[in-house]
Design a binder for this molecule. Structure first.
Ligand code: ZN
Length: 242
């Protein structure tokens, strides 16, 4: 089984289409989505439609879904995010909101755990930026692998029972005796200085995880953000990957 892992799309249709084209070419068997389909970008409706069409096996709720549904106070969000949440809430219909409301905060089977932020209080949406942040998740993790998003900064972290560490590579072989927390980064608003959309492929048989990047039409996404009257910074940051 090969999984296409997607997260933090944030209403960026151009980025999502580029990623899904790549994953289709790669021939993945199923999709897993770690949340934040909406918020920041100008095409939340189109991104919901697109994600629906690929029928992800699991859909996790992000803080932007929760904000849009009114499950998180607007005070939780930064000023830019708050404006985006209010705008997004205003254009989604009842059916789209119901779809977002069907997402889970946490999903786990015998092999995989999926959460938007970290495993400690998933409803608090804590960030996993580095191996230190991943410590709490490793303590609670019952499966060998955990996929997360939220920080918009990709990273592969492992725990061998001593101290959590980071793998300085985009690819990892899943070895025995170790647990892994993999932050797959953001499709629609990367913040690691690389403007290309970030996503991942997990190959269950080969026991490999690879974080991948794909370029997309940033200018088109920016033009739509400005035309929608969303904050200008939400457009400019896409070119910087910040
Ligand atoms: Zn996000």
């Amino acid at each position: 089984m090969r999984y296409g892992l997607i997260s933090d799309i944030h209403g960026n249709l151009e980025a999502l289409e580029a990623v899904l084209e790549t994953l289709a070419k790669e021939g993945v068997d199923a999709y897993l989505c770690m949340g934040d389909i909406v918020g920041y970008g100008a095409n939340p409706k189109e991104c919901i439609k697109k994600v629906r069409s690929i029928e992800p096996k699991v859909l996790i709720a992000g803080n932007h879904e929760w904000g849009t549904l009114g499950l998180l106070e607007l005070d939780y969000f930064s000023e830019l995010a708050r404006q985006a949440v209010i705008w997004t809430k205003g254009i989604l219909n009842a059916d789209e909101l119901e779809y977002l409301g069907s997402f889970k905060l946490l999903a786990a089977d015998k092999k995989l755990t999926l959460v938007h932020g970290s495993l400690e209080e998933p409803e608090e949406f804590n960030y996993v930026f580095d191996s230190n942040d991943a410590g709490g998740t490793f303590r609670l993790l019952k499966t060998q692998l955990c996929f997360v998003g939220h920080s918009h900064v990709p990273g592969i972290f492992y725990f061998d029972g001593k101290v959590p560490g980071a793998i300085n590579d985009v690819k990892a072989k899943i070895g025995p005796g170790k647990k892994y927390v993999i932050n797959i980064g953001s499709i629609g608003q990367p913040r690691d200085g690389d403007p290309r959309a970030s996503f991942a492929i997990y190959d269950e048989d080969k026991k490999t995880v690879e974080i991948k990047r794909v370029a997309y039409d940033v200018e088109k996404a920016q033009t739509k953000i400005l035309a929608a009257g969303l904050p200008k910074r939400l457009a400019s940051r896409l070119a910087e990957g910040r």
